[in-house]
Design a protein around this ligand. Structure first.
Ligand SMILES: [Zn+2]
Length: 348
């Protein structure tokens, strides 16, 4: 699955074009809400809009479903019991949806779990937790007092809130107000949109949005950095946007943006070696294995190459098969081809 171009999506939501429902969701940074393209509400400024393929990604990024267009119900036939649950969840942030509560409402908890797992990729309980904490995180970012946030979301104690928050976002709520989180942003490129992530120290993520296993990359980031992932912009996101633009114009051959790429010692050795492959050149997996002093580890090199989280900047696209074939590319092979052509000064 792939998102349409930003231009196309912008046109679609401005025209409330219902034929795009289910194809993408738009999230508005200024309000924290995400919508279906057909939403009848006031049209947001495109500069404040982020696009997502699934409702799940929008929720994980901290957005809440719009009350006018009900984006979670995009696939029309939402059962009445689900609709009811979602309504209750959104209208009462302190409500507890225990299995007992579900049963007394005539809902089989196992059925609820199956439905949410299939539709949103998480259990109903996980969805509730994520949604509530997402709202809490937003309050914290707006500067609301921690005690008020904890109480407002149904936590009777500060520590209970802290624990729940840390389990989900991997960071204590007090610290989330600081710059201590991964800021993610959407970056347009001639080869399709990219999602970028940066900490206060540099860029830590750059992937094409339709990359295989993007979810896995997010999960590993959250684990590695033990901090929240929030949509936004910081100075490194700005720098990355500028450098990427110059790169795609062919006027930048060497990225100067600081890189934050934690990994195993082996992965780090491989990624460091990738950075040494000059612009416009390629190297074989065997070659990289030899250069890092593990000539028999070409398969492990290929694997580490595939786990690179900062595509283009760490040029994993410059690694090819010994026989000259392109080899693999997480961001799709046609892009690898295009990137290599661009660096060779060809326009296709
Ligand atoms: Zn809406």
């Amino acid at each position: 699955m792939k998102l349409p171009t930003a231009q196309e999506m912008e046109r679609a939501y401005k025209a409330s074009d219902a034929s795009y429902n289910g194809i993408f969701f738009l999230a508005v940074r200024t309000t924290g809400i995400f919508c279906k393209p057909s939403c009848p509400a006031r049209k947001p400024d495109p500069r404040n809009v982020e696009y997502y393929l699934t409702t799940r990604e929008a929720i994980i990024a901290g957005f809440r479903p719009c009350k006018r267009c009900h984006p979670l119900e995009s696939n029309s036939a939402t059962p009445a019991w689900v609709k009811d649950l979602l309504d209750r969840l959104d209208s009462d942030s302190t409500a507890r949806f225990t299995d007992g509560f579900l049963r007394t409402s005539g809902i089989d908890p196992a059925r609820a779990t199956r439905y949410f797992q299939k539709k949103y990729g998480m259990t109903f309980q996980a969805y509730c937790r994520m949604r509530r904490l997402g709202k809490a995180l937003e309050q914290i970012r707006l500067g609301t007092d921690l005690d008020d946030v904890a109480l407002g979301y149904g936590y009777t104690s500060h520590s209970g809130f802290r624990d729940a928050f840390s389990r989900t976002f991997g960071n204590s709520p007090g610290r989330s107000r600081a710059a201590d989180c991964i800021v993610t942003a959407w970056i347009e490129s001639p080869l399709g949109p990219l999602v970028a992530g940066a900490t206060s120290e540099g860029v830590c993520l750059l992937e094409f949005t339709d990359r295989r296993m993007l979810d896995t990359q997010f999960a590993s980031l959250r684990k590695r950095f033990a901090c929240a992932i929030v949509p936004g912009e910081n100075r490194y996101i700005k720098q990355l946007k500028k450098e990427l633009q110059e790169y795609f114009q062919g006027s930048l051959q060497r990225f100067t943006i600081p890189i934050v790429a934690p990994g195993t010692p082996f992965q780090q050795k491989v990624w460091k070696e990738l950075l040494k492959i000059p612009y416009g050149k390629t190297a074989a997996y065997e070659e990289i294995a030899r250069r890092i002093g593990s000539p028999s580890a070409q398969r492990a090199v290929g694997h580490a190459n595939g786990l690179n989280r900062i595509s283009i900047v760490i040029p994993c696209h410059r690694v090819v098969n010994k026989n000259g074939d392109l080899g693999g590319y997480g961001g799709r092979l046609w892009r690898k081809q295009k990137l290599l052509s661009l660096e060779k000064g060809k326009n296709n």
